[in-house]
Write a protein that binds this ligand. Structure first.
Ligand code: RTP
Ligand code: MG
Length: 148
């Protein structure tokens, strides 16, 4: 099964949106297999967002993402990478469709509540950055037969 890395960003934690974001993915049918709260160090943040190094918004992005605790998660399911991206909505909440997480809870591109991996390859890299293999839990759910 495909896996993706999802993170409730510091603004999402401060605003009490952790439960809402978990709930949306859970209700859709995806399976939570890893979960932790942590505060990113600048080193970790720069690794996570390495593709954006050198862009004008990079320093602001690093100070935002390290400004408070985040909730890091691994979710599993069919086509979960693309599905979570759709459920989050566009990077800029002003352009995110109503009903998406960012389109419901966000206003500013620099405070967009949630992160989700943009491809299966990125997901693998991000999962390895945040979680050791022992921290991921595999288990069966009896309800899978009602989802697939
Ligand atoms: P993320 O990686 O955080 O899930 O967001 P994303 O894929 O939708 O967007 P990405 O292009 O990877 O950008 C990473 C984060 O940088 C901030 N950003 N600011 N023009 C700007 O001011 C700008 N562009 C990007 C956003 O917080 C975005 O989530
Ligand atoms: Mg991204």
């Amino acid at each position: 099964m495909e896996r993706t890395f999802v993170m409730v960003k510091p603004d999402g934690v401060q605003r009490g949106l952790v439960g809402e974001i978990i709930s949306r993915l859970e209700k859709r049918g995806y399976k939570l297999i890893g979960l932790k709260m942590l505060r990113l160090t600048p080193e970790m943040a720069e690794k996570h967002y390495a593709e954006h190094r050198g862009k004008p918004f990079f320093p602001g992005l690093i100070s935002y993402i390290t400004s408070g605790p985040v909730v890091a998660m691994v979710w599993e399911g069919k086509n979960v990478v693309a599905a979570v991206r759709e459920m989050m909505g566009a990077t800029d909440p002003q352009k995110a469709l109503p009903g998406t997480i960012r389109g419901t809870y966000g206003i500013d591109i620099g405070r967009n509540v949630v992160h989700g991996s943009d491809s299966p390859a990125t997901a693998e890299r991000e999962i390895n950055l945040f979680f050791s293999p022992e921290e991921l839990v595999t288990y069966d759910r009896n309800l899978d037969v009602w989802i697939y």
